[in-house]
Write a new protein. Structure first.
Length: 677
């Protein structure tokens, strides 16, 4: 137990420590609160429950790096229990409490084992960071970094790691000295084992060591607390908050109210322009760089690192925190310290960074927020996008081809493609999309889909010349106003038609109509064509006979898979056709982007080590399959381009609808041959 003087000293140090830590945490809160409002407080009990489950199970951490995640889990679970351990140790120091024997046995056993676990975990993590130094702790040579990052990250890691080691190690040695003094405790096996080495010391020295290490354990907390708000260790508090307040669909975009005349700026130029969840992202970031590891742009040598953006923002916030928290304007725009123009336009909006993040950050939205400001406020964007914007604005499609040609894809079919005017009672509205309407290669997808609908006897129709681009590319490129124009016009058309079910062949159309048109009064039942085809096969409306003889590999489109969770249906259709499926290494939620999303299809790719599509094509070819099966016209086009660069047996690239239509044609051929025989 502490002497009266030590108790007074401890309380004074604790008051000082908590005072300065409180100032730091208050400033962090004030900094986050400066962000623009966004409603994330609905369903709070449900949100809190989900966050607690995610945190306590560490399921988001274990998505990647199982060994490192295990080491992190040792530290995490130990620290959770140490909330109780530190309280009991403090009470032992102030009161005649002896937490040993009897009912304390289970408590001591868990504390002893978790103490060892924390030390194993933190030593392993520190060895990894400072000795092993894997590539995921580095940044590419083109990645823009805040001037404080290079020295700041290792220094912060050393301080945090050193604190944990000293704090937990001191507590273990304190209990070891206690075991040497009072005899071994079977419920503290590790402390007792170390205590055996101290047993030869004289009793006065052992008592002094127990006392000294008690101070080392609890005193290290008091020393660390004022630094806590500035350290990456703050994620211990911020990550659960972020997970609790995250969106139902992470990565979904918030609309801008263009009718609100009080809005003076669209998009984000400075830190204070962000909504508060974006600022919370910066403080939640654990700097693990998992998002960077899965980023298509970073993987192929581009300047973009989603991790660097959040880390840069955190270091800038720390640099200006007192003034920023007090309401002062931040001194420089994001493009001077968080990212540069090259990084800004390299994002494919594939959502891989958002999906993999263990603390619920939405790195992709930081990029789109800045794009919005560049496009709508500054008029600065890649020159190639101007043609796509102009085409969407004037002709309702990014190709800029006239609306009168939108139905040319259907010419030559052996049956008529009905429009909603011709078939107002259609059960299914087939939303063709711009690529299948205008792109010669993608038109084969639309024709195949029409054959499937006709063969299955579906009561269907198309909008025909009334259909316009959904605006996906405009929105991802930051041209929110153009998206708003297209969305409101399309929603008005669809609400007039009142479709029972909408079927799309493009995941971008699927995502936009199903999820984002709700923001403009459009609530629809939307099915991707792979889902709908599977339903037709499952219900027996569409007969397939597995007449194809190919081994295929399936590429999960980002906007079908990660953005909307559709993984099984395309594979079930492939299985129904009797095709041998060869899965690539990166598949389902870990799939790698084709490189077309985020309006990349309409512009030159930023310079890097290779094209994103080349990286993915090489992986798909490595499966040994002869055909790439896709569920997206843009993926199909990107891989088709790669086949032209493949001088050694290029793969065939086909949409799943094309594979199904081939099976139907082979059935007809077989029937014709049989009739002749």
């Amino acid at each position: 137990m502490l002497t009266p003087l030590e108790k007074i000293l401890f309380l004074l140090l604790a008051a000082t420590s908590f005072y300065f830590a409180g100032i730091g945490f208050r400033r962090v809160y004030q900094a986050i609160a400066r962000g623009k409002p966004e409603n994330r407080f609905d369903r709070l009990p449900e949100r809190i429950g989900q966050a607690l489950w995610a945190v306590l199970t560490q399921r988001t951490v274990f998505k990647k790096r199982p060994l490192i995640s295990f080491l992190h889990a040792l530290v995490f679970y130990g620290f959770v229990y140490y909330l109780l351990v530190n309280l009991v140790d403090a009470l032992e120091g102030f009161f005649p409490l002896h937490a040993r024997g009897g009912l304390w046995n289970p408590y001591n056993l868990i504390a002893d084992l978790l103490t060892a676990g924390i030390l194993v975990g933190i030593v392993g993590l520190m060895i990894r960071r400072f000795l092993a130094r894997p590539a995921d702790f580095t940044f590419g040579p083109k990645t823009p970094l805040h001037e404080a990052v290079k020295d700041g990250i290792p220094r912060d890691s050393a301080i945090v790691g050193g604190f944990i080691f000293v704090h937990v190690g001191s507590r273990l040695l304190s209990k070891a000295a206690q075991a040497a003094d009072q005899g071994p405790d079977p419920y503290q096996p590790i402390a007792s084992w170390i205590g055996g080495a101290l047993a030869g010391l004289n009793p006065g020295t052992i008592t002094l060591l127990e006392h000294l290490f008690w101070w080392g354990a609890l005193g290290s907390i008091l020393a660390f607390l004022p630094y806590f708000p500035r350290s990456k260790h703050i994620h211990l508090f911020m990550a659960p908050i972020n997970l609790a307040l995250k969106k139902e669909k992470p990565g979904a975009l918030e609309p801008i109210d263009f009718e609100d005349e009080s809005i003076e700026q669209y998009g984000v130029a400075k830190l204070e322009d962000f909504s508060w969840p974006r600022l919370l992202d910066a403080y939640s970031c654990i700097m693990c760089n998992r998002c960077q590891e899965v980023c298509p742009a970073y993987t192929t040598g581009k300047a973009l690192s989603p991790a660097a953006i959040l880390i840069n923002e955190r270091y800038e916030l720390n640099r200006i925190l007192p003034g920023f928290a007090a309401g002062e304007e931040s001194p420089r725009p994001l493009l001077e310290f968080a990212l540069n123009e090259e990084a800004l336009w390299a994002c494919t909006t594939c959502n891989a960074c958002v999906e993999v993040c263990p603390v619920g950050n939405e790195q992709m939205l930081h990029i789109i927020d800045v794009r919005r400001e560049r496009v709508m406020m500054q008029g600065e964007f890649p020159a190639e996008l101007a043609n796509a914007f102009r085409g969407m604005e004037r002709n309702g499609n990014p190709w800029g081809i006239g609306q009168e040609k939108r139905m040319e894809w259907a010419e030559g079919l052996p049956f008529e493609v009905p429009t909603v005017e011709q078939n107002p009672d259609a059960e299914v509205l087939y939303w063709v999309g711009c690529a299948p309407s205008y792109d010669p290669r993608a038109q084969k997808i639309a024709r195949s889909m029409a054959e499937i609908l006709h063969a299955a006897g579906v009561n269907w129709a198309v909008l025909g010349k009334r259909e316009k681009c959904t605006g996906d590319a405009a929105r991802r490129a930051g041209n929110e106003y153009l998206f708003y124009q297209l969305a409101t016009e399309n929603v008005a058309t669809l609400n007039e038609v009142q479709p029972k079910v909408i079927v799309t062949t493009c995941p971008h159309c699927f995502h936009t109509i199903a999820n984002e048109y709700k923001q403009f009064g459009g609530e629809y039942t939307v099915r991707h064509h792979t889902e709908f085809i599977q339903e037709l096969i499952q219900t027996g409306k569409l007969k397939v006979e597995a007449l194809l003889d190919e081994n295929v590999t399936y590429h999960d489109p980002c906007y079908l898979g990660r953005h909307n969770g559709v993984y099984d249906e395309p594979r079930q259709v492939i299985a129904s056709l009797g095709l041998q499926l060869e899965e690539p290494q990166r598949q389902r939620e870990n799939s790698f982007c084709c490189g077309a999303g985020g309006a990349q299809f309409w512009k030159e790719e930023e310079p890097g080590a290779e094209r994103v599509s080349a990286n993915r094509y090489r992986e798909l070819k490595a499966t040994g399959a002869k055909t790439i099966a896709t569920g997206c016209p843009f993926c199909l086009q990107m891989f088709t381009v790669e086949t032209t660069n493949d001088e050694a047996e290029p793969l065939a690239v086909k949409d799943i609808a094309e594979l199904v239509a081939e099976d139907l044609r082979k059935q007809k051929e077989a029937m014709g041959t049989g009739a002749q025989a």
